[in-house]
Design a protein around this ligand. Structure first.
Ligand code: AMP
Length: 133
């Protein structure tokens, strides 16, 4: 797993070295608007601790941090008024998921119908990636 780079863009947001439009802050998490929204509402929720991705976080974060992050995700969606209409959460880990920023972040997307869960991507047309049960 990649080492954590304390100069990544979200680490700078946490240190207030670059601006962000904040939605919610908890003891161990911060939510702010994505700079390049993919839906009418697109917010990122990040742990304050230095975790590269979900693989790192789920293995190394304390129970307190894990609970706090997921509560922050739910509270952020509620604060944004997304509960009734619905929303999608996703988190990209590493190459196949096209992770761009190597500080764990949970995307919250909503505000209109979001369509199928995944579109296109790098899936081979013959579906040969599918595993048999
Ligand atoms: P991912 O591909 O899951 O790593 O997504 C990274 C996300 O971070 C993208 O949706 C970007 O638009 C978003 N992003 C990059 N820089 C910033 C920034 N300075 N403030 C807010 N969001 C950002």
């Amino acid at each position: 797993m990649a080492n954590y780079d304390s100069n990544n863009i979200f680490a700078k947001i946490l240190r207030d070295e670059i601006p962000s439009k904040r939605v919610l802050e908890s003891n161990f998490a911060l939510a702010f608007y994505d700079i390049n929204p993919q839906a009418p509402v697109h917010v990122l929720v990040i742990p304050k601790g230095p975790y590269v991705s979900m693989a790192d976080f789920s293995e190394n974060a304390s129970s307190e941090e894990i609970v706090d992050l997921w509560r922050a995700v739910g509270e952020t969606a509620k604060k944004l008024g997304l509960v009734e209409g619905g929303y999608r959460i996703l988190s990209n880990h590493s190459t196949h998921a096209h992770q761009e920023v190597f500080h764990l972040h949970i995307h919250i997307l909503g505000g209109h119908p979001l369509g199928p869960m995944l579109e296109g991507g790098d899936v081979p047309p013959d579906g040969s990636w599918q595993r048999s049960a």
